[in-house]
Design a binder for this molecule. Structure first.
Ligand code: GDP
Length: 424
């Protein structure tokens, strides 16, 4: 499998965690290369059901080394809570199978607070932030106003550095937002309570990856969110604050010289979107409620009901292009068994003209979906394990999408469990 990236093609929540969990058996290393604890991968396996936020999904596989790369938003508090939660269910997490890049920037206590303060200021113009501090974190990272995980290994140095950052950040907290200033005692408490716990995992992961590459080991690059939430290529400004696309994987993982051989794009058999922003194919009313219930579409991190709609060919084709996908995993096909006729958004209508092209973000608000209906299969397919066994209408649905998006669909998922998969 060489170097493979597993990425989301749409708005996120496509089922990437489930695909990483399935495929990690073929890999030596799984590395998360961007994002923070603001979304969640749901994984169901022999240990139980888990919502992973920051940990790579290879954490459940024996012998797999999991890396949090320099591109992630490293939140020591959330990470430690996640580690404790998972180890309490019998999954071993040690410095042997989890390694944190010493070059990962650290999400500081005020980042989460700033997210909340800014959403409150925006009131009804808010972006639907998950308030995990991701946007303030990445802004500060690019201003070089945060610390690197490796600095935690040098206690005196890190305190000095944090003191400077605190003095700078207090200007914003107190003068701009009228909030309380952060104190050095609070920061020392944070260092002692959370950062101490994650210190044993911090090391030079770049070296580990370079050695793995030299030994021709198989490396899996795991993304959070999807192409449409990518900072540069997504539905600006309703994006995340980092690059979720596969092209960023070498940079954010710590192996900038890596060539990604395969990009597996994960697409859900229908659309979902969490939070604010344009969602052209959105369905409402009973039809939407039925689909949301059938698919259990509630946020893994926030529990928020997800907005739902039919598969959006225009957005998906765009996602395939920006990801450079070489193969597609289509998930949740089983959920569509509840529909007699299956709607698909094949084109957009913008200013009275139909288009196949995904529009410039500012035009998305006025785009309308052009819907085509396909025959449903009206039977339970969750036990199907081979392409031939799938009802003809389900095969026609998959082939139609494949032809429309211009990329081979190599995996069709028909259930959340590890083995509920059809490999074509
Ligand atoms: P991710 O962030 O891309 O990993 O996606 P999420 O974890 O937010 O959402 C995927 C959800 O769908 C999880 O609850 C999975 O257990 C579930 N899931 C994944 N694949 C399938 C499938 O093929 N069928 C069904 N019914 N559920 C699935």
């Amino acid at each position: 499998m060489a170097n493979t990236a597993i990425v989301g093609i749409n708005w996120g929540d496509e089922g990437k965690g489930r695909m990483v969990d399935l495929l990690t058996g073929d890999f030596d290393i799984v590395v998360r290369y961007q994002g923070g604890g603001n979304a969640g991968h749901t994984v169901i396996n022999e240990y139980g059901k888990f919502a992973l936020h920051l940990l790579p999904s290879g954490i459940f596989r024996k012998g797999v080394v999991n890396i949090l790369g320099n591109g992630v938003a490293l939140d020591p508090e959330n990470l430690w809570i996640e580690i404790e939660n998972i180890t309490s269910k019998g999954v071993p997490i040690t410095p042997e199978n989890l390694k944190i890049s010493d070059r990962a920037s650290v999400l500081l206590p005020w980042h989460r607070e700033l997210d909340g303060l800014e959403e409150a200021r925006l009131a009804d113009k808010k972006f639907g932030s998950t308030k995990q501090g991701i946007a303030p974190f990445y802004s500060d990272k690019y201003q070089k106003k945060t610390i690197l995980a490796g600095e935690l290994l040098y206690p005196e140095h890190v305190k000095e550095h944090l003191k400077d950052l605190m003095e700078w950040k207090n200007l914003t907290l107190t003068s701009v937002y009228g909030a309380k200033a952060v104190t050095m005692e609070e920061l020392e408490h944070w260092l002692d309570t959370w950062c101490e716990k994650i210190k044993p995992f911090i090391c030079d992961t770049g070296m580990i990856l370079r050695n793995a590459q030299a030994e021709e080991k198989n490396i899996l690059f795991e993304a959070q969110l999807g192409a449409l939430r990518d900072l540069d290529y997504g539905i600006h400004p309703y994006t995340t604050s980092s690059n979720a696309i596969a092209a960023y994987a070498p940079v954010g993982s710590g192996l900038p010289s890596a060539k990604i051989d395969e990009v597996i794009g994960v697409v859900k058999a229908y659309s979902t979107c969490v939070g604010e922003g344009p969602f052209v194919c959105e369905m409402f009313g009973d039809e939407a409620d039925t689909l949301r219930e059938a698919g259990g579409e509630y946020g893994a991190k926030t529990g928020r009901p997800r907005r739902v709609g039919p598969l959006d060919i225009v957005a998906t084709r765009y996602g395939v292009q920006v990801q450079g996908a070489t193969d597609i995993a289509l998930t949740k096909l089983d959920v569509l068994s509840c529909m007699e006729k299956i709607p698909v958004c094949t084109r957009y209508l913008v200013d009275g003209r139909e288009t196949d092209e995904f529009p410039f973000p500012a035009l998305l608000e006025k785009a309308q979906p052009v819907i085509q209906y396909m025959d449903g299969w009206n039977c339970d397919i969750s036990g199907v394990r081979s392409w031939e066994e799938l009802p003809p209408a389900a095969r026609r649905y998959v082939e139609f999408i494949e032809q429309q998006i211009g990329c081979h669909i190599g995996y069709v998922s028909v259930g959340p469990e590890r083995d509920s998969i059809i490999i074509r």
